[in-house]
Design a protein around this ligand. Structure first.
Ligand SMILES: [Zn+2]
Length: 167
């Protein structure tokens, strides 16, 4: 395996390896926020914050930090669908609500859809986030998941509690 391939796999740090082109620019079809590699590997965060993945959602996914706000947690969960990382989605669900979800289903839901854009509509309270998640389903149809989510802070960590689907 070429060194650049290994580098990327390590860079993704436990996330699913993606096919690599060892040249400088690579567009990975699965992601709308394209991976662009120039000299050093740089990656736009899937949550479309405009920051690199490393400066944005990665430290939350690796457990290095906890998302400081409900919005940051929401963004990191969107990224976790895009990557996908079902384990993170489970871990960031309020423990008492986890039985309503299934890690395998979350992982699959992330995998079968192409997550194209996240739009935060409003954050009317510290624990409320309204968002639109844009994705292309497995039949190639554009879809919007519009949700009003409730989060809860417990022992200094934010968790996803539940969501009301809108539209
Ligand atoms: Zn992000």
């Amino acid at each position: 395996m070429a060194k650049a391939n290994l580098d990327l796999i390590f860079y993704l740090n436990g996330l699913k390896p993606v096919p690599i082109d060892t040249r400088f620019v690579l567009l990975v079809k699965k992601y709308s926020c394209k991976f662009v590699f120039e000299n050093k590997l740089k990656m736009n965060c899937p949550c479309c914050s405009g920051k690199t993945y490393e400066e944005c959602c990665k430290p939350y996914h690796t457990g290095e930090k906890h998302a400081p706000t409900a919005e940051a947690l929401m963004r990191s969960r969107f990224s976790a669908f895009a990557i996908p990382n079902g384990e993170y989605l489970m871990e960031t669900t309020l423990p008492g609500k986890r039985k309503l979800h299934n890690k395998k289903d979350l992982q699959e839901w992330g995998e079968i859809n192409e997550w194209t854009k996240l739009e935060i509509v409003q954050t009317p309270a510290l624990n409320h986030v309204e968002f639109k998640a844009y994705y292309t389903d497995q039949d190639g149809n554009s879809q919007v998941h519009h949700e009003f989510s409730v989060f809860q802070k417990m022992h200094d960590r934010w968790y996803y509690v539940s969501g009301e689907f809108l539209d």
